[in-house]
Design a protein. Structure first.
Length: 230
């Protein structure tokens, strides 16, 4: 299967070698140079992965990511930026990015992160055809990678779904942080484990907004547990 990647980068000297490297790896690559164009492309084409530069000429990349997610895009987003601050990293993950890469970066490292995102569907420990339904009626379907509460679908990003699937397969049991990181991000994850906390935060918000009856409880120093709320 050929995966499509969208490169959102306005600097030619960065975009061209990146695209060539991705194409040599067998990806179908498209490029846009502006944020508004990127949002429109993602809504229409839904690429597997977006490599998103934060320093775009027309929009801040944080806003681009936020609009992509609010528009329903559930694919992988890797933010690329010259900003090195921890605050920028957390904000980027908080608006829906899956990964964050600071410039300058090696192309081999970026390719590794793209591969890790594309492997995400194989990182859920539940069997591919398994459907987990909690006592509150939350249905997590691993085959279709969709979550429903009755007739209503709860839209989750790839990482949010994977975390929920792991927690649901161990319902009422504590899942260690290391287990979640290894199974959802893989054992060779380069980034901070804070990405797990941010993903958990987004997942909690979506479950609460949908009145799903399930809550993710943090067990300090150990991990997280999915349980039916009272």
């Amino acid at each position: 299967m050929v995966h499509d990647v969208l490169v959102v980068e306005d600097e030619e000297d960065i975009a061209v070698p990146l695209m060539r490297t991705l194409e040599r790896e067998g990806y179908e690559v498209n490029r846009v140079s502006g944020g508004a164009e990127a949002v429109s492309y993602v809504v229409d084409e839904a690429p597997a992965v977006v490599i998103l530069d934060l320093g775009l000429p027309d929009m801040d990349g944080i806003d681009v990511c936020r609009q992509m997610r609010s528009g329903g895009y559930l694919g992988g987003i890797i933010m690329v930026t010259a900003r090195a601050g921890e605050l920028d990293r957390v904000v980027g993950l908080d608006v829906g990015a899956d990964d964050y890469l600071a410039k300058p970066f090696g192309l081999a490292e970026l390719l590794a992160r793209v591969r890790a995102l594309l492997r995400r569907s194989g990182n859920v420990p539940a069997q591919d055809d398994t459907t987990v339904t909690t006592s509150s009626g939350l249905k997590i379907d691993a085959a279709s990678r969709r979550v429903h509460l009755g007739e209503k679908e709860i839209a989750l990003t790839a990482k949010e779904f994977d975390v929920l699937a792991v927690l649901a397969s161990h319902h009422d049991k504590v899942v260690p942080r290391e287990t979640l990181m290894n199974q959802v991000w893989d054992q060779n994850w380069y980034g901070s484990t804070k990405t797990l906390d941010v993903t958990i935060g987004r997942l909690r918000s979506k479950l609460e907004a949908a009145e799903a009856g399930e809550r993710v409880v943090a067990i300090r120093g150990v991990g997280f547990r999915l349980e039916t709320g009272t």
